[in-house]
Design a protein around this ligand. Structure first.
Ligand code: T5A
Length: 220
């Protein structure tokens, strides 16, 4: 089963994925956790190019995200699904629709076709949208906070996209809400202002409910 986690900056996806992965593993599931950009060795290099400071045009940015996705699906996600594993992915194709489409203004129909090309038609079985006011998410990134599921305090580096104006991040949030309404059967929206514990519980409930009715659409 293929589950993606989406949402604006600092919404708590990575924090939740770590806990969810541990709980699914305890239930005996074979779980692969991964992320975009940067899911594999080539992806790590693309991630660095994408997120470091400097001027990058929307077109170049798009093509780098797509290159990362195509390689990620081909070398990590699809092989894991074919082996019957449970894949939890921090951001995927919806981030391209929202950041490069709703945020940067690139053509949405073109982006959908480009995503189909990069993923070879792979679509998540479930997408959890961590919905949050971007002001709260960006504030979270600017403070050192004890990560509730880790033993040490961490500060995540603020990257090139985080530094976009608040207006950009509002468009991103609204874009996620718009696309989630277009595909209500795939998306579950979570209120990311809740505590990490509550979010993990709600996300797990959604995943296990979807797993019950799941017949693998994504196994070749
Ligand atoms: N992008 C990505 C595109 O533009 N197009 C694309 O196609 C793709 C795939 C990736 C950037 O690239 C863009 C989107 C992004 O801008 P990234 O570093 O991977 O950059 O960024 P994010 O995925 O946004 O990661 P973040 O770290 O910003 O967000 P998370 O993972 O949602 O948040 P998390 O878990 O790291 O938590 C952030 C902080 O909040 C605390 C944590 O302890 C941490 O300090 N926290 C909470 N605080 C209060 N309540 C909660 N429930 C909390 N949960 C976590």
């Amino acid at each position: 089963m293929f589950v993606t986690f989406e949402g604006p900056e600092g919404a708590g996806k990575s924090t939740a994925i770590r806990a969810i992965s541990a709980q699914l593993t305890e239930r005996g599931l074979d779980v692969v956790t991964t992320r975009e950009p940067g899911g594999g060795p080539l992806g790590q290099r693309i991630r660095q190019m994408l997120l470091e400071e400097g001027s990058v045009s929307p077109e170049t940015e798009l093509l780098l995200f797509l290159a990362d996705r195509a390689n990620h699906v081909e070398t990590i996600i699809q092989p894991a699904l074919d082996a019957g594993k449970f894949v939890l992915c921090d951001r995927h194709a919806d981030s391209t629709i929202v950041y490069q489409g709703y945020g940067r203004g690139l053509d949405l129909e073109f982006l959908k076709a480009a995503n189909r090309f990069a993923t070879k038609g792979l679509v998540p079985d479930l997408t959890l949208l961590f919905d949050l006011d971007p002001k709260i998410g960006l504030d979270r990134l600017n403070i050192v906070e004890k990560n509730l599921f880790d033993t040490e305090a961490k500060r995540r580096d603020v990257n090139r996209l985080d530094r976009e104006p608040l207006e950009f991040h509002q468009k991103v949030r609204n874009g996620f809400l718009t696309i989630s309404r277009e595909e209500p059967e795939r998306f579950v929206i979570l209120d990311a202002e809740k505590t990490p514990e509550q979010l993990v519980e709600e996300a797990l409930t959604a995943i296990l409910a979807r797993q019950k009715g799941h017949t693998s659409l994504n196994t070749r």
